[in-house]
Design a protein around this ligand. Structure first.
Ligand code: HEM
Length: 402
């Protein structure tokens, strides 16, 4: 047995916002050269796990947890509204408590439940499209990718559509708790957003209590009213997790999808000509550009894997980007390739993304809507990428079509 500290591993700095675009893929690929322990690398705060089997092992292990509190401590976020939200976040819950929360909210996120929102999704796309149709060009992030997921989440929650822009803004800020650079510099903005969104959710719950509907909040309220199954604070926090986790994620993934297709016109043409490729096309987007390239775990007790000892307290960054590319031709974007469909994009194990079915439905509806309407899709200027810490977003994506 060797302890992780004894290994001579290549280093890469995942923090600082510099890692994005083709260079980010190249730098990560360069870490997986033939060498001993090629499944491991080091970054200033964490050990990086580069392959799928080991990534799944850490995500599924009962001896690990999401290190939200520990990372907040490192940055001095030890009290205040942001810290309260981090403490209450479902990602930072474990064991029975986590299982109970998932069981209560799970039925609202099955594939069938997600399908129920497809007509609404089509309606939102049809509503956004006329503003850009005639011009044949747009900044895709502003025109579609940003408003569309927040309209969808508003519908899922039973919130007014007029509130979608506010939900989008809050989601962006609250999700920065997963971005190390932001934890070091933007805590005040995040605290402002957390305070506002808590107030908003309380109001929304009060309104739904008075006027029940067919939405997620009404379902959660009935669990709250059924006795001790769901406390009020848990109910508020679940709604907040859906607002935070359900908007800028899908926004980022849809933006990357269209960026990839604009850069690979033959792939876009294939999807336009063969709509039956939709499922594979979406898997290929999720595989090749996961918007959560890294997620983290802390070893709550000593963990051993493949003869390496990870002492309690070790933080592990699981690299979905490398895990997903560990297939033949894995660096290529090819929607016609036969793949095994196993991805780490939505995580694995008990914290597997709650909204994966909803996100897939949203992305499928968007690609189905856009493909026939955007022939000869191409870039119309430089794309502005976010960074790969936290959620890997796209700030601007100028596109044109024929
Ligand atoms: C393409 C879009 C999305 C991607 C790539 C994504 C990715 C992820 C990943 C990787 C995790 C697991 C993190 C970990 O284990 O460390 C996760 C968890 C989660 N996601 Fe998503 N997500 C997406 C969309 C959504 C949507 C639409 C919702 C709305 C409900 C959502 C809500 C959540 C929640 C609440 C969790 C925490 C689950 C738990 O702790 O049990 N996500 N997501």
């Amino acid at each position: 047995m060797t302890t992780i500290a004894e290994l001579d591993l290549p280093e890469i700095d995942l923090t600082g916002g510099a890692l994005a675009g083709a260079d980010y893929h190249r730098q990560l690929a360069a870490l997986v050269t033939p060498r001993q322990h090629a499944w491991l690398a080091r970054s200033p705060l964490a050990v990086i796990v580069l392959d799928r089997e080991a990534g799944e092992f850490f995500l599924r292990s009962r001896a690990t947890a999401f290190p939200g509190r520990e990372i907040a401590d490192l940055f001095g976020v030890t009290a205040g509204p942001l810290r309260e939200q981090i403490d209450a976040n479902i990602l930072n819950q474990q064991g029975d408590r986590h299982r109970r929360l998932r069981a209560l909210v799970g039925p609202a996120f099955t594939p069938r439940a997600a399908d129920k929102w497809r007509p609404a999704m089509r309606g939102f796309l049809a509503g956004l499209w006329p503003a850009v149709e005639a011009a044949g060009r747009c900044d895709f992030v502003t025109a579609v990718a940003r408003p569309y997921p927040s309209l969808t989440i508003a519908a899922v929650l039973g919130a007014p559509q007029a509130d979608a822009a506010r939900l989008q803004d809050w989601s962006g800020w609250v999700q920065r708790q997963f971005d190390i650079a932001a934890l070091g510099s933007q805590v005040a903005e995040m605290e402002r957003a957390v305070t506002e969104v808590y107030g908003y959710v309380e109001e929304l719950l009060a309104r739904r209590r008075a006027e029940p509907g067919e939405d997620l909040i009404t379902a959660l309220l009935s669990a709250e009213q059924a006795g001790d199954r769901l406390s009020h604070a848990e109910c508020v926090n679940l709604v907040l997790n859906v607002i935070a986790g359900g908007i800028d994620t899908t926004q980022a993934q849809l933006s990357h999808a269209m960026r990839l297709f604009a850069a690979h016109p033959a792939q876009w043409a294939a999807l336009r000509e063969r709509p039956e490729l939709l499922g594979r096309a979406l898997d290929e987007v999720l595989r090749s550009e996961p918007i959560t390239p890294f997620t983290a775990r802390i070893c709550v007790q000593q963990v051993e894997h493949r003869g390496v000892v990870f002492p309690a307290g070790t933080i592990v960054a699981v690299c979905a980007e490398r895990a997903n590319r560990e297939v033949p031709g894995g660096e290529d974007f090819d929607i016609t390739a036969e793949r095994d469909g196993r991805l780490l994009t939505f995580g694995a194990g008990p914290h597997f993304c709650l909204g994966a079915n909803l996100a897939r439905a949203e992305l499928e509806e968007a690609l189905t809507f856009l493909a026939p309407r955007m022939p000869d899709l191409a870039a119309d200027g430089p794309v502005v990428l976010g960074n790969t810490e936290g959620i890997y977003g796209v700030d601007s994506l100028p596109l044109r079509w024929g």
